[in-house]
Design a protein around this ligand. Structure first.
Ligand code: GLU
Length: 414
């Protein structure tokens, strides 16, 4: 398989065929604009010093300051950070936000650190990248294994360095520190709005659509909760250690209670008695109406795509499907609701947070939900109309829409 970044670039070239974009402009989108690598030096609790590789990639700022989260994971690599920054560039264009795309990461297993070590690591990231980020330049946010607490440390470190409060430099902060209401569940909620908007076109039943979640973090849980309340049936969920399946339906609240208590879904069978355990790989291939990959990249690949028995795939994770798998799913009639649309709710509410931070006027939760819904519905509909009756897939449609917006912005300054 080619690298994740090469896979990402394939989507760019696929979409470019349908638009007349000057070659020199396309070239600008084939490489990151700015890529910074450092080794963070952090004092551990035992007095020793440890080095952590860390990156920030500002992929392209043609549509505005760059925006994207910071990931803490042992497998974070330069290839992954670049790919995620590329996707952010397209995602912000899909949601129509005045942003370019970026991403950051630290190669670390955060579970192996104490709370104080995690704080020192988070603060050291901001010291190392303080010249890269800024409210009009590059605005970080949470991503895999980072949360509001980490954003609070980071924003505090930035304010200390600058000698002034700067709420618009980081989003996903705790509400008392200038965070937005409704940011916490925004990614999952956005995905839910997309499914609801296209339910009929996708041929999903009005009630009782069977859903499987691969990964059960923040985004998956928020989406599962809304689906459960709306009468969908969650029949499976997994995390990195194992999966649970129950065709009679699982209450996501029970599942999350178990996960919070034990740190994993493994063994959750004891709380959901009728459920049976299975491997992560097995869960991916169970029959369902909606499969929701909500973990990491490259989960649905050439080697397992043919076994997927879902009607629709809702990509809450970034890059869960490889370019090779796309073709297989398409030929099997499986409709993909692509990541750059399906999980754009997070960055959309981040944008709301940035606007609130800059104006000092804070919105009600209801306002946040209404505006988020409007954007997700509008773009889902645009994507659907673009692909309907044409020979191309939903993924191609959304990339064509995003690339058209991006190229218009780049061209305007040429
Ligand atoms: N990390 C999230 C994403 O991949 C959110 C980014 C943001 O809020 O800036 O979309």
């Amino acid at each position: 398989m080619s690298s994740t970044f090469q896979q990402a670039i394939r989507r760019l070239h696929d979409a470019a065929q349908y638009l007349s974009i000057p070659q020199e402009l396309l070239q600008q989108l084939e490489v990151p604009q700015e890529l910074t690598s450092v080794h963070l030096r952090v004092r551990m609790d035992d007095g020793s010093i440890r080095l952590f590789p860390a990156w920030r990639c500002r992929y392209n700022d043609g549509r505005g300051p760059t925006k994207g989260g910071i990931r803490f994971h042992p497998d974070v690599s330069i290839d992954e950070v670049m790919s995620l920054a590329f996707w952010m560039t397209f995602k912000c264009a899909v949601a129509g936000l005045p942003y370019g795309g970026a991403k950051g990461g630290i190669q670390v297993d955060p579970k192996s650190l104490s709370e104080r070590e995690l704080e020192r690591l988070s603060r050291s990231y901001i010291r190392a990248f303080s010249h890269v980020i800024g409210p009009d330049r590059d605005i970080p946010a949470p991503d895999v294994n980072t949360n509001a607490k980490i954003m609070a440390w980071m924003s505090d470190e930035y304010a200390t360095l600058r000698g002034a409060a700067c709420p618009a430099v980081i989003t996903g902060k705790p509400v008392p520190l200038g965070g937005s209401l409704g940011r916490d569940d925004a990614t999952g909620r956005g995905g839910f709005y997309v499914i609801e908007e296209l339910k009929e076109q996708l041929g999903l039943p009005e009630k009782g659509a069977r859903v499987i979640f691969q990964g059960f973090g923040n985004a998956a849980y928020a989406c599962a909760l809304l689906m459960h309340e709306a009468g969908y049936k969650i029949i499976g969920a997994s995390d990195s250690k194992g999966a649970l399946y129950d065709e009679t339906g699982i209450d996501p609240v029970l599942l999350m209670e178990y996960k919070r208590k034990h740190g994993t879904l493994q063994g959750a069978k004891s709380s959901v008695e009728s459920a049976r355990s299975m491997s992560n790989a097995e869960l991916l291939t169970q029959a369902c109406d909606i499969l929701v990959p909500a973990a990491l990249e490259n989960q649905i690949r050439e080697d397992n795509a043919a076994q997927v028995k879902a009607r629709v795939i809702l990509e809450l994770a970034n890059g869960p499907t490889t370019a090779e798998a796309d073709a297989i799913l398409e030929s099997n009639g499986i409709v993909v609701l692509p990541d750059i649309l399906a999980n754009a709710g997070g960055v959309t509410v981040s944008y709301f947070e940035w606007v609130q931070g800059r104006t000092g006027m804070y919105w009600t939760e209801e306002e946040v939900h209404t505006r988020l819904k409007e954007i997700m519905q509008r773009e889902a509909r645009l994507m659907w109309d673009r692909q309907e009756g044409k020979e191309f897939s939903t993924r191609k449609a959304i990339y064509v829409i995003a690339l058209d917006r991006l190229s218009k912005a780049l061209q305007a300054a040429m």
